[in-house]
Ligand binder design. Sequence first.
Ligand code: FES
Length: 166
Amino acid sequence: MPVIKLSDDKVRIIKDICAEYGNQEAEVLNVLRKVQNTLGYLPAEVQEVVAAELHMSVAKIYGIVSFYSFFTMQPKGKHPIDICLGAACMAKGGDKLLEAFKKHLNVEVGKCTPDGKFSLSTLRCVGSCSLAPVVSIGGKIYGKVTADQIPAMLAEYDEYEDVMQS
Ligand code: FES
């Protein structure tokens, strides 16, 4: 795995967030959540800085990051895709939809396509259960999604990028 060298700016951002929470171990979840919201993900190098600032072991931070599904050690794609696996969406085939996305993109959950365009994750209920099964792409909600709609949904983002580049 390539070693990521954090820029001084990123180290400063992480240290500032830790300081905002008083460098307290008790605030570790809030710190990690804010660091992830700011930097996008929590690779090992980021975890090391957080551990040092909160006076915790790197192993403990790693344990927390890997335990909670809302934390990720992988970078997100330009268009993050989240498949809802909440009860209503599961009852309407959310798991099968997830498999269809995995097959279509040729990526596993938590990973990014090689071009960095799409990443695939799951989530639990976005409050749109009447639209089950639900998929979110970059925060845009798609309801009553069927596997055969996937190519057209993803094509929207190709077209969007073509427009942006022209
Ligand atoms: S269970 Fe999927 S939106 Fe509620």
